[in-house]
Design a protein around this ligand. Structure first.
Ligand code: MIC
Ligand code: SF4
Length: 643
């Protein structure tokens, strides 16, 4: 049978299930990654499983999100992560070594391997031909323990690239164009494979930009072939032995094919507050800019920053613009410094920040009130920058620099002769900031250091057959996990302290939610379509669970979030008739009956006891998911011996 690239990797890693789209498959996972903001919880979960050493080929913990240390909290968490990983056989990338996805692409990603990471942009690894998924921390913990990763077998989309990008039009513009075509929901349930003759014109970092932003389409993951370009990149990183060629069969069947001629693309920009709110940069030329941020796991490679430096060389940024540059890794920063490009960036007036997520997750550099901020990042959700009324636009590094120089949103193709940069033949390899775990025989004597910031994991309740619950919150379409559980410098240090975090749950939508949910006892949330899009943070399920939420009824869900809800023991249901959404009001008393038989049959009847209106909500759980829900979540299920 002819297969796509993803199908070939899935077939090689299939533990159980059949590969028909829509059915559940269990995959063997070769590598895992965590970052610190989701990692503390993932390792706390791993510890409760009682497995001494990880069973994957390679597992690594990065510290890149919580690097501002404004109190003891982050420092304590770093120390916990460093010691817990050393004990259990996980590598540790020290704070300042770089953003997880950038470093992983440079140093550890391998074509043909499977990777799951407790971060939604883990699909960046698809740029080097990995089958890489974002997942909740608990799923990563299970995979570290040798357990399979369960997904719904996706459909296959192909983006067929022809032509070649024009100067100043970039991989970022390709991503934004696809978001314009498909929207933030368009990739749900699909793996996006990139193919066609245009692929050979894109370097691995450019491919990484594109697979990174596949997350914004809601796609299960995205992947490029592994070809001569991949081999050269791996060789330049001193690890040619990791290369294996990978391509789809010529007659592989795709559910949808989208053609993009690279030579026809223009610089694109995503307007506030959604990555799919995309127009051509040229159409916004009168908008004044206050701030420009270059970096993030989308656009912080050496290639990106060499171009930035070349464009800034000998120039000064506009006096009303504040420009930040965060290199993606220590490798990138060192090489920029060695070749003099860093001086060109600094001399322009830019502020160089640490090799970390930084402003992307509201960790500093929040815009001024109502400020227009142009960012080379992947998300511009409301409030994510840390400034509630900040106006965040997403652009390529080239558009970012052009705009920083003029003070207005500027199409880079209009500012004169394009710069060209040459990539070095070899990257500078120095993995001294990646610490190896202790040998297995030192397990017993290795102490895990915990600070007072780490609080107990919240306990969930097993389900009973019927439930009376209050409708505590009704929200609209495309609710992101940034709405449900905001991040930012003030809250992010408390990712292992669920009671404290809970005060901020849904703060952007309704600051009274937390108090009301707690007072209500058992609660229900009503959502629109694509509920839970964005980040993989399981906190967006654990915190509502802690606040008593037992069920979320939505028009549709985002993939990682629905898995996190089930793992947390929260029942996710979809409206059989979306019109019922309009008939429900906040504060209604709901009765949910015959939950167990409904989980089997796929439909559950819910009665609004306030109005007497009854409606049907659907579900389609696998046996395993039903057992997890009945047990009150994946942790209880695993403890009871479930696989
Ligand atoms: C994000 O970009 O939203 C994050 C912060 O990297 C998250 C993870 C988190 O919430 O810690 C993600 O994308 O999964
Ligand atoms: Fe970090 Fe931003 Fe990438 Fe998330 S999207 S991993 S916060 S750089």
């Amino acid at each position: 049978m002819s297969m796509t690239i993803a199908q070939k990797i899935i077939a090689k890693h299939l533990v159980s299930g059949d590969m028909t789209p829509g059915s559940e498959v269990a995959l063997r996972i070769d590598q895992t990654l965590t970052q610190d903001a989701t990692g503390t919880m993932a390792y706390l979960e791993f510890e409760t499983m009682g497995i001494p050493r990880v069973k994957t080929e390679f597992s690594i913990a990065y510290v890149d999100h919580n690097t501002l240390q404004c109190g003891f909290e982050n420092g304590d968490d770093h120390r916990y992560l460093q010691t817990v990983t050393a004990k259990h056989g996980v590598y540790f990338s020290r704070p300042g070594n770089g953003i997880c996805h950038q470093v992983h692409l440079e140093r550890f990603g391998k074509p043909g391997k499977t990777l799951i990471g407790s971060d939604s942009h883990t699909p960046t690894g698809g740029g080097i031909g990995m089958l890489a998924f974002g997942a909740g921390g608990l799923d990563v913990a299970v995979a570290m323990g040798g357990g399979a990763y369960y997904i719904t077998m996706p459909k296959m989309f192909k983006v067929n690239l022809t032509g070649k990008l024009n100067p100043y039009v970039t991989a970022k513009d390709v991503s934004l164009e696809l978001l314009r075509i498909l929207s933030v929901k368009g990739g749900v349930g699909a793996i996006v494979e990139w193919g066609g003759p245009g692929v050979a014109t894109l370097s691995v970092p450019e491919r990484g930009t594109i697979t990174n932003m596949g997350t914004e389409l809601g796609a299960t993951t995205s992947i490029f072939p592994s070809d001569e370009i991949t081999r050269q990149f791996l060789a330049a990183q001193g690890r040619e032995e990791d290369y294996v060629p990978l391509s789809s069969d010529p007659d592989a069947v795709y559910d949808r094919v989208i053609d993009i001629d690279l030579s026809t693309l223009k610089p694109m920009i995503a307007c506030p507050h959604s990555p799919d709110n995309v127009v051509e940069v040229a159409s916004l030329k009168d908008v004044k800019v206050d701030q420009v941020c270059i970096g993030s796991c989308t656009n912080s490679s050496l290639l990106d920053l060499l171009k930035v430096a070349a464009m800034l060389k000998g120039k000064t940024i506009h006096p009303s613009v504040s420009l930040s540059v965060s290199p993606g890794s220590r490798q990138v920063l060192t090489m920029l410094s060695d070749c003099g490009a860093l001086s060109d960036i600094l001399s322009s007036g830019a502020r160089v920040l640490e090799c970390a997520c930084g402003p992307c997750i509201g960790m500093g550099f929040s815009p001024n009130s109502g400020g227009v901020s142009l960012r080379t990042f992947n998300r511009n959700f409301l409030g994510r920058s840390g400034t509630k009324d900040g106006q965040v636009y997403l652009v390529s590094p080239e558009t970012a620099v052009a705009s920083a120089l003029t003070g207005y949103i500027t199409d880079p193709t209009t500012i004169g002769e394009p710069v060209s940069v040459t990539m070095p033949e070899k990257f500078l390899v120095n993995d001294s900031a990646v610490l190896a775990p202790v040998p297995a025989e030192e397990y017993e004597k290795t102490e895990v250091l915990r600070g007072p910031n780490i609080k107990e994991f919240p306990k969930s309740k097993p389900f009973t057959d019927s439930l009376n619950a209050k409708l505590v919150l009704k929200v609209g379409d495309n609710i992101t996990t940034d709405h449900i559980m905001p991040a930012g410098a003030k809250i992010l240090p408390y990712r292992s302290n669920i009671p404290y975090l809970s005060k901020f749950c849904f703060e952007v939508c309704d600051p009274t939610f937390s108090e009301r949910a707690k007072a209500a006892g058992d609660g229900v949330i009503i959502g629109g379509s694509n509920y839970g899009q964005g980040s993989s943070r399981e906190h967006a399920a654990l915190v509502p669970m802690y606040l008593g939420i037992r069920c979320v009824i939505a028009k549709s869900f985002a993939r990682i979030h629905v898995a996190n809800l089930i793992n947390a023991g929260i029942l996710p249901l979809t409206f059989a008739d979306p019109a019922d959404y309009d008939k429900l009001s906040q504060d209604a008393d709901l009765a949910i009956e015959n939950i167990f038989s409904g989980m089997e049959s796929g439909s559950i009847t819910i009665t609004d006891r306030t109005t007497g209106h009854s409606f049907t909500a659907n579900c389609s759980f696998t046996d395993r998911q039903r057992a997890i829900l009945k047990a009150g979540g994946l942790l209880n299920y695993t403890k009871e011996g479930g696989q």
